[in-house]
Write a protein that binds this ligand. Structure first.
Ligand SMILES: Cc1cc2nc3c(=O)[nH]c(=O)nc-3n(C[C@H](O)[C@H](O)[C@H](O)COP(=O)(O)OP(=O)(O)OC[C@H]3O[C@@H](n4cnc5c(N)ncnc54)[C@H](O)[C@@H]3O)c2cc1C
Length: 509
């Protein structure tokens, strides 16, 4: 197949046009500005850095400016990649065809807080920590709570269709977005919501187009304004961690917790045996735990004092009846409080053989898996990881698995399941990079085997996952329809080209 499209080159004339739109001070061509916006926290192919460096960085200040930039890009056929907090783990904000990085972080205003109809309208560059700092003073709460909470921004959360740690209580990003303003690749500005109402939560009018613009990884346009649901701030947050003598023990008890009907549950998270062993290697909270504790369940509850008090009793009964050990207030509260920073921190690992510190960063492969399939997936994923660790000693490590309750407003049924892999990025070259891609492919294929979804959280746009997503998960007509929609909305394939293999929409032969 050959591409029927050719991209233009950014020359001085185009740079002048971009500067005229956003101002000289918001167009960057210097190498350091461009290089830093090539990288992402997913395993980064350092040896291929130059292939991902954009030609220019543009920071728009308004919807109108975004629209004008896209019109120029469309006219000269220049690729555009929107970039928010750049914490995405599916390479979404990494340019594959160079061109323009549209960094939306200047657009970070809160435009309206409606205390009566309980909504907040924001620009895409605001981050959840800052938003909640302002909402808290009014007794309000935006419950999107990813581990990347202090860094990811609302636009990027929409771009990935993000998942919240407390989603069982407050829903995930797709549940919390009421309406959005979107600039299409042609520069046209549209509004999508539940029907036409900006602050309406449920409507039966028209197609559900809002969902089309959630999780598209910047391939269909740029979100420039978002109206979100806000909740009353809960009176109480109550985390409780329990220890078990095996993964199987924790797995059975998790089922009883998630199906207990307790509406206050925000999350039920299983740490498997490999995860507990990893934490025991150098996390000070876990080192002193008795050796008999092999697996852990973390829970958190939200609600009024009276609700949580009652629910707490029931939860402890469920845990203790099955022989679980409560790990105490200090560990429960401390670990829950550190949920927003612990995963960004690991810059080292410990070699398995002698526990020597080695340079390693954290990477995770996530999937949506039904409860019934968790033990099988766990066994297979660890087997796959072990094989690669054995072959590439010191390059990869298995940091264990988490299984988080996944469905919004109901903790049962399926889980966001992740395997955390330590990677020595300095050791990545052509061979080890290919090994990493193959490992991911094998991990993704297990998901298809059990009829899961390759990502509950980050998206399936990375090398390794993407072929399995497109060719296997979305094979029954979904990918074909995606290509038609992409080509209709983005006739010149300027928006984040190369992602989700959507270039195929523009090929012939
Ligand atoms: C330590 C750590 C912990 C994490 N924990 C979680 C977690 O608990 N839950 C979770 O869901 N994710 C998690 N992630 C992944 C990541 O934080 C999310 O995917 C997040 O939604 C990305 O937001 P961002 O602002 O960083 O977006 P970016 O990475 O900048 O962009 C993500 C995608 O959205 C597109 N995009 C950005 N802005 C716009 C816009 N205005 N319009 C259209 N498209 C846009 C980009 O092109 C890209 O494809 C974690 C990541 C890290 C590093």
């Amino acid at each position: 197949m050959t591409s029927i499209l050719k991209y233009g080159t950014i020359d001085d004339k185009i740079l002048e046009e971009l500067r005229a739109i956003v101002g000289d001070e918001n167009v960057f061509t210097e190498p350091h500005h461009r290089a830093i916006r090539a990288s992402v926290p997913a395993p980064f192919p350092l040896h291929k850095w130059s292939e991902h460096t954009p030609d220019v960085v543009v920071l728009p200040g308004s919807t109108q400016e975004v629209s004008e930039v896209l019109k120029i890009s469309n006219k000269y056929k220049i690729p555009v990649v929107p970039r928010g907090g750049a914490t995405g783990l599916a390479d979404g904000a990494m340019p594959l065809r160079k061109g323009i990085i549209l960094d939306i972080k200047r657009m970070c205003e809160i435009l309206e807080i409606d205390e009566v109809d309980r909504t907040v309208t924001v620009q895409p560059g605001i981050n959840m920590q800052e938003l909640n700092r302002v909402l808290e003073k009014l007794g309000l709460w935006f419950p999107d709570d990813p581990a990347s909470y202090p860094v990811a921004v609302v636009g990027g959360r929409v771009g990935t269709g993000g998942w919240s740690l407390v989603g069982a209580f407050g829903g995930h990003v797709p549940d919390l977005v009421l309406s959005m303003e979107v600039v299409l690749p042609t520069g046209d500005i549209i509004r999508v919501g539940n029907g036409g109402g900006r602050k309406i939560r449920k409507s039966s009018v028209g197609y559900r187009l809002k969902d089309l613009f959630i999780g598209h990884q910047g391939t269909l346009g740029v979100v420039t304004e978002i109206t979100l649901d806000v909740f009353p701030r809960p009176e109480v947050e109550f985390p409780a961690f329990f220890g078990y003598n095996s993964f199987e023990h924790a797995y059975e008890n998790a089922f009883k917790m998630t199906t207990s009907g307790l509406r206050t549950l925000g999350a039920v998270v299983i740490f498997d045996e490999e995860k507990v062993e990893y934490l025991r290697r150098d996390d000070e909270a876990y080192i002193p735990q008795p050796k008999s504790i092999k697996s852990i369940i973390a829970t958190v509850m939200y609600g009024t004092e009276a609700e949580v008090e009652g629910a707490k009793k029931r939860l402890f009964e469920i845990a203790e009846k099955d022989g679980a050990i409560y790990l105490g207030e200090e560990l429960s509260e401390g670990d829950w409080a550190s949920r927003h920073d612990r995963y960004a921190l690991p810059l080292h690992g410990r070699r398995r053989s002698d526990w020597q510190v080695v340079p390693m960063t954290w990477h995770c492969e996530d999937a949506a898996i039904n409860h019934s399939q968790l033990p099988y997936v766990r066994k297979r994923w660890h087997e796959i990881a072990s094989r690669y660790i054995e072959q590439y000693d010191g390059v990869f490590d298995d940091w264990g698995m988490f299984m988080y309750s996944n469905p919004p407003f109901r903790p049962w049924g399926d889980y966001l399941t992740e395997i955390d892999i330590g990677i020595n990025e300095l050791a990545l070259d052509e061979e080890t990079w290919e090994a990493w891609v193959n490992m991911k492919r094998e991990i993704a294929e297990v998901v298809i085997e059990v009829e899961g979804s390759i990502s509950a959280c980050h998206g399936g746009t990375r090398e390794g996952d993407v072929e399995v997503c497109v060719r296997q998960e979305l094979k029954d007509g979904q990918f074909e329809l995606m290509k038609k929609i992409k080509k209709m909305l983005d006739p010149n394939n300027i928006m984040n080209p190369g992602k989700y293999m959507l270039d195929e929409a523009y090929q012939e032969g």
